[in-house]
Design a protein around this ligand. Sequence first.
Ligand SMILES: [Zn+2]
Length: 214
Amino acid sequence: MRSQILCNLKAPLRHRALVQPTVFPRSHSTFAPKNSRSAPGSTVLRAAPTIPFFGAFFSSNKPEEPSGSMSYPDQRSDDQWRAVLNPEQFRILREKGTERAGTGEYDKHHPTKGVYNCAGCDAPLYTADHKFKSGCGWPAYFDSIPGAVTRHVDNTFGMKRTEIVCSNCGGHLGHVFEGEGYSTPTDERHCVNSVSLRFTEDQGAGKAAEKSKA
Ligand SMILES: [Zn+2]
């Protein structure tokens, strides 16, 4: 049996691997001087182009970033989101809320096939094959559809966690936890609010996938 504290979205992290960022930026484009965009105070960038660590402060391509610093293909305003989301969806997707444990529509939902799309923008995020029974009170997935989910450092509640959002609209999904000992291919647990998801059968998901590629 797994202790409940591991399953709590707001539980402190036990695993150092989550506290220490292990991935550095893949893009080194910020090392190059950009004379046309130089501004007061930017000389430090030009003065230290050979120190890779500086890139960690200035790159815009970090795998994990402070939430809100990225732009997403779907750029709807809050008012536009309020027009298409119900209040609970808006609270969770757009204001990073959390549904109560054990109450979500997809917590104990284990179809043999199908896709879980973003409840905001309908982008496909997870397949039924990614879902596993964590016993945590929220839908759990060991992986996502490639590129569908973006990770951010989340420092709220005095903890350092990894938030996951929809890569298309930036909608808040939940958090991802690593190294908890689940017997899954990744030993990652994408702990996702049911409210952030909308399940579809395969044929509907296919259309959504096509739309997301266009
Ligand atoms: Zn979305």
